[in-house]
Design a protein around this ligand. Structure first.
Ligand SMILES: *Cc1c(COP(=O)(O)O)cnc(C)c1O
Length: 355
C-alpha cells in the first residue's frame, strides 16, 4: 500500500503541474480591483472570446460566478427555474434565497436535463399573488445527472421560449468544456443561448483556483459590483489567472481522455453484481452508480475501494461517484477498474466491521 491512492473523488482534486506553476510564478500582476492586473485582464478577454460574449469576470469559485449571475438577473421576490438536481439549487448553500431573496422553481428533468415541454407552463401570471418568473438556469454537463451533455436542440428551444417570455438565461458551465469536447460543438455556440455563462478552470481543466462569468458589457459591469459585495474582489490575482490561462491553452482537448477513462470505470462498475450505472451511456468524466441496498451501502463500497487504493465519493446512502481528471493516467484507471471488478457487495458489510 505504498503507492499513493488513485483519487477519483472529484475533478477538483488536481494539482498544478510544474509547467503550470512556472506560468503562475512568472505571471505579470497588478491590483485587479484597480483593473491593473494584466494577466487577469488577459484571462477575462480570452474567456469572453471563447464564449463569444462581450466581457467576462474572473471569480474565486464557480459558486460565486453562479450566484453573481442570479444577482445580476433577479431582484428579491423573483423566481428562477432550474433542475432539482442543479448545483445552483442543491450545492450552493441556499445562496439563491440567502443572498438574493429569490425562490427556485425546480423540475426533475431527464437526468437533470430540462426540456421545453417540462417547463413551458411554468411562467407565473402577472398577478399580485405571484412571484415574478425571471430566470432559467441550465447546467451543461449536468453533474448530478451523471455528466450528460444537454442536447443542443433542447437548449435552443428553451432559449427561444425564454426570449419570448422575457426571461433571462444563465448557463452553469462548470464543465462546459467537457460538453464541448464530447459534442464537438464550440463553447461560443453553446453560449449563444444564454445571457450569462459561468465556467470553472479548477475542475477538469486543472487550474488550482478560479472560475469566470461571461456576458454583455452591462451584465459584467453589474457582476463586478456584486463580486465586490461578496468579497471576491482580489488583488494580485494574476498568479491565479495565469494557472487558468495555462489550463485553457493546454488542457481542453485532453478532456477526451478523461471521458474515455470514465467509460472504462463505468464498464467495470457494470460488471459488479448489485451496482448499477445511474445514467448510461457515460458521456463525459463522471460516473454515478447506485448500490443495491439489499447488498451494501455506498459508504461500504467506498471503504472497500479505499482499502485497495481507490478513492471515490459516497454522495448518498446508495449513491457513489467516481470522476476522472488529468491527474489519473490510463494505468491508474486500469488499476482502479481491476479493483472495482473485485467488489463483492455481499462481503462488504463483514469487511467494514474489521476496519
Ligand atoms: C463544481 C461546480 C460548480 C462550482 O463549484 P466551486 O467549487 O464553487 O468552484 C458549479 N456548478 C457545477 C455543476 C459544479 O460541478
Amino acid at each position: 500500500m505504498s503507492r499513493p491512492p488513485i483519487d477519483l473523488r472529484s475533478d477538483t482534486v488536481t494539482k498544478p503541474t510544474p509547467a503550470m506553476r512556472l506560468a503562475m510564478a512568472e505571471a505579470e500582476v497588478g491590483d485587479d480591483v484597480y483593473g491593473e492586473d494584466p494577466t487577469v485582464l488577459a484571462l477575462e478577454a480570452r474567456t469572453a472570446a471563447l464564449l463569444g460574449k462581450e466581457a467576462a469576470l474572473f471569480t474565486p469559485s464557480g459558486t460565486m460566478a453562479n450566484q453573481i449571475a442570479v444577482g445580476v438577473h433577479c431582484r428579491p421576490g423573483d423566481e428562477l427555474i432550474c433542475s432539482a438536481t442543479s448545483h445552483v439549487y442543491l450545492w450552493e448553500a441556499g445562496g439563491i434565497a440567502r443572498l438574493w431573496g429569490v425562490t427556485p422553481r425546480t423540475f426533475p428533468g431527464d437526468a437533470g436535463l430540462l426540456t421545453l415541454a417540462e417547463i413551458e407552463e411554468s411562467v407565473r401570471p402577472d398577478d399580485q399573488h405571484f412571484v415574478r418568473t425571471r430566470l432559467v438556469t441550465l447546467e451543461n454537463t449536468h453533474n448530478r445527472g451523471g455528466g450528460p451533455v444537454h442536447p443542443i436542440e433542447d437548449v435552443r428551444a428553451i432559449a427561444r421560449w425564454a426570449k419570448q417570455q422575457g426571461l433571462a438565461m444563465h448557463l452553469d458551465g462548470a464543465r462546459l468544456m467537457n460538453a464541448v469536447v464530447a459534442s464537438g460543438i464550440a463553447a461560443s455556440e453553446w453560449a449563444k443561448s444564454f445571457d450569462t455563462v459561468s465556467i470553472c478552470f479548477s475542475k477538469g481543466l486543472g487550474a488550482p483556483v478560479g472560475s469566470a462569468l461571461a456576458g454583455s458589457t452591462e451584465a459584467i459591469l453589474q457582476a463586478r459590483r456584486l463580486r465586490k459585495l461578496l468579497g471576491g474582489g482580489m488583488r494580485q490575482a494574476g498568479i491565479l489567472a495565469a494557472g487558468a490561462l495555462y489550463a485553457l491553452g493546454h488542457n481542453v482537448e485532453r478532456l477526451a481522455e478523461d471521458h474515455a477513462h470514465a467509460l472504462i470505470l463505468a464498464e467495470a462498475f457494470s460488471d459488479v453484481e448489485g451496482v448499477q450505472i445511474e445514467s448510461w451511456p457515460v458521456e463525459t468524466n463522471l460516473v454515478w452508480v447506485t448500490v443495491d441496498p439489499a447488498l451494501a451501502t455506498a459508504a461500504e463500497v467506498a471503504a472497500h475501494l479505499r482499502l485497495h487504493g481507490v478513492l471515490t465519493s459516497a454522495l448518498g446512502d446508495q449513491t457513489l461517484r467516481a470522476c476522472t481528471h488529468l491527474d489519473v493516467s490510463r494505468a491508474d484507471v486500469e488499476r482502479a477498474a481491476e479493483v472495482i471488478r473485485g467488489i463483492e457487495p455481499e462481503a462488504l458489510a463483514a469487511e467494514t466491521v474489521v476496519y
